[in-house]
Every structure is written in structure tokens, then in C-alpha cells.
Design a protein around this ligand. Structure first.
Ligand code: SF4
Length: 348
């Protein structure tokens, strides 16, 4: 029965080598199969043309190759590509290709739905169904890399974990996926081109520091005032700003890496001078960069992008306090590119 077979991509290269030795074959066969699975992205054992037919049938008797399929692909007039990706069990996640003049970035998902409850986020309306496996995260990146080559004539240059889910709530699998993405057996990308964006899980930020990870950290902050953050990101009541700040201080002391904050300014919510003053105070302990992100509204309109005068105020105050600011325009507005919108329409 299909369901009883193990996903062959859950095996490490060493485990595959051992499997073949136990079958009376050569360990080298494990290397060949591993290369088909990870470097050549084979979806079927029959694709493995340098493996004998008997061996391929034996593999089919023992394993399945779980892989993702791009279910729906939308291309925006601004070059953004958004995939609704169907997993082997039929669930859907989304990933996005964002091209600029100098880079092409993949924004990938780490969970189906999300266990957190940010009020401004379409994904929060999908309850968390499960964590993604490392290969499901890896496959999203491979699909986006192919689209980058096809539509923009260049390979993928950067990855951000800012799609569906909180990556630090699926830390082990995210780490395994990044290992594969950065390994010479996988895509051989530099970890410096990968950003893991968290809503702020203090214990896991400290763990990342202890694990001496080489990728970058970004924090979706959106407010440095507890009452405001409680109202838009209710999990802040469990992980208040003081704990987040302490974890970030720990991270900086260990890594000496600048901290990036993702920040949306909404009309009537966090657009006052006291909001930007609190932000300056919060992030001054370490070299910081604030990305002011334009909001891509979800349907009910409760959250609206702040007026440009508020964005100007943020920029002026942050820069006068020597904090680097970038203003990120929203991409793919014509293709439902807000996090979770596409999956909501595909009814995860
Ligand atoms: S913004 Fe991120 S962490 Fe918050 S609910 Fe959406 S997916 Fe989850």
C-alpha cells in the first residue's frame, strides 16, 4: 500500500548509502539516487536513467517520492510571480518570486496556516494544519528558482522566510531545509543571502544565537509599545517586548549581526510620534535597520496603509537617530500577494 511506504527524501545521504549496502548493492548507488532526488529534483524513480530498471522497481516497492506541485501560478504586471503550491497530502501553501533590478528573492512558507494570530494577516485566518517538512520548503525554493530562470533569465539570488507560518515554530525543519539549500548537494546558495523573519519568539532567537546560524535574522516588529503590539499581534501578551528585546540583545552579543526590523505603519494604529520614538528606543541597543513595508490590504479593510506624511515622519526620526531605513513598496497587488491571500482563495 502506497501509504505504508516511506518518503525516500526523509533519508540522509548516509542512510541511503546504508540502505543499498543492506540490499547487497554498492554504497555509491546511494550517492546516485541522492543526486537524482536533490540536485536533479526527480519526481519519479523512472526519471533515474542511470539506475538499473530492477533497482528502480525495488525502490518503488519500498519508497515514495513526495514532492510538491505548483497548483496555481499568477504573474503580476510588476514581474512578481506567486505560486499556490500543493503538497503531497493536498494542502496548499504559497511562495512568491520578487524580482528587482539587482536581485530575485523567493519568499517561502514554513507552515500550513499559522499558529499565531496577527490581526493584519490573511494567513492567521487559516488555522495551523501542520509544519512543512524540510523537502517541502526546499521544493518551493527549487520551483521559484526555475521560474526566476524562465521569466527573468537569472537564478534566484535571495530567500526570505516571510510566507505562511512562523519559521521559528518549525525551527528544526527550517534549519534542515536551509542546510540543504546551502549545501553543495543542494542549491549551494550562501546562507548570507537567506533571511529568517520571525514575529519574535524569544526562546528560539536565543537558540539561533547558540546554534551560531549563518543566515540573517529579521523581526516583524510593527510596534515597540506593548499595548499597541498586544492589539495587533496578540501573542505579544505571551512574549512581551521586554523578553523580545532581551533575546535580541543576546543574539547581538553572540553574533554581532545588525538586526533588521520589518515594520508596517497603519493609519490610526501606529502612525504617531510616540510610536516612532518607542521604536527608536527599542532598537538603539544594536546597529539596526528598519524596513518600512507598504501594506497590501486584506479584504475587510480594518488595516489601512498610513498616510505618506506618517511614513516621512518615521524616516526622518529614524535617520536622525542613525538607524538605517528602507521603504519597501508592496509587490504583486494585482495577484493577491498579501501573505495567505492566495491560499485562502484555494481553501487550504
Ligand atoms: S504575520 Fe506571520 S506570524 Fe503573524 S499570523 Fe501571519 S504568518 Fe503567522
Amino acid at each position: 500500500m502506497m501509504e505504508n511506504k516511506k518518503d525516500i527524501r526523509a533519508l540522509t545521504k548516509e542512510q541511503l548509502r546504508e540502505f543499498f549496502i543492506n540490499q547487497g548493492d554498492k554504497a555509491f548507488r546511494g550517492n546516485q539516487v541522492y543526486e537524482w532526488l536533490w540536485q536533479k529534483s526527480a519526481h519519479y524513480f523512472s526519471d533515474m536513467t542511470n539506475i538499473s530498471k530492477e533497482t528502480r522497481l525495488m525502490l518503488e516497492d519500498n519508497f515514495v517520492i513526495n514532492h510538491v506541485e505548483v497548483d496555481t501560478m499568477q504573474r503580476s504586471s510588476d514581474g512578481t510571480v506567486k505560486n499556490a503550491v500543493r503538497l503531497h497530502d493536498g494542502l496548499i501553501v504559497e511562495s512568491v518570486l520578487i524580482p528587482t533590478a539587482t536581485r530575485t528573492t523567493a519568499c517561502v512558507s514554513s507552515q500550513v496556516g499559522c499558529s499565531l494570530d496577527c490581526k493584519f494577516c490573511a494567513t492567521a485566518r487559516l488555522k495551523r494544519m501542520r509544519n512543512l517538512n524540510p523537502d517541502e520548503i526546499y521544493d518551493q525554493v527549487v520551483a521559484i528558482d526555475k521560474e526566476s530562470r524562465l521569466y527573468h533569465n537569472r537564478p534566484l539570488s535571495n530567500i526570505v522566510f516571510m510566507g505562511m507560518g512562523e519559521p521559528l515554530m518549525n525551527y528544526n525543519n527550517v534549519l534542515k531545509a536551509i542546510d540543504k539549500i546551502t549545501s553543495s548537494d543542494g542549491l549551494a546558495m550562501s546562507p548570507k543571502r537567506i533571511v529568517v523573519s520571525t514575529s519574535g519568539v524569544p526562546k528560539m532567537i536565543k537558540k539561533m544565537a547558540d546554534d551560531e546560524v549563518k543566515f540573517k535574522l529579521a523581526v516583524s516588529l510593527h510596534s515597540a509599545i506593548d499595548e499597541v503590539r498586544d492589539s495587533i499581534m496578540p501573542f505579544n501578551k505571551t512574549f512581551p517586548l521586554k523578553d523580545l528585546r532581551e533575546a535580541l540583545e543576546y543574539w547581538y552579543a553572540k553574533t554581532k549581526n545588525r538586526i533588521t526590523y520589518e515594520y508596517v505603519v497603519w493609519d490610526g494604529i501606529n502612525d504617531k510620534r510616540r510610536d516612532v520614538d518607542a521604536l527608536v528606543k527599542f532598537c538603539k541597543f544594536a546597529p539596526s535597520k528598519v524596513n518600512l513595508i507598504e501594506y497590501n490590504p486584506i479584504d475587510d479593510g480594518e488595516f489601512q496603509q498610513a498616510k505618506s506624511s506618517a511614513i516621512d515622519m518615521y524616516q526622518e526620526v529614524l535617520e536622525s537617530n542613525n538607524i538605517t531605513v528602507t521603504i519597501r513598496r508592496s509587490r504583486g497587488k494585482d495577484i493577491d500577494a498579501a501573505c495567505g491571500q492566495l491560499a485562502n482563495k484555494n481553501k487550504v
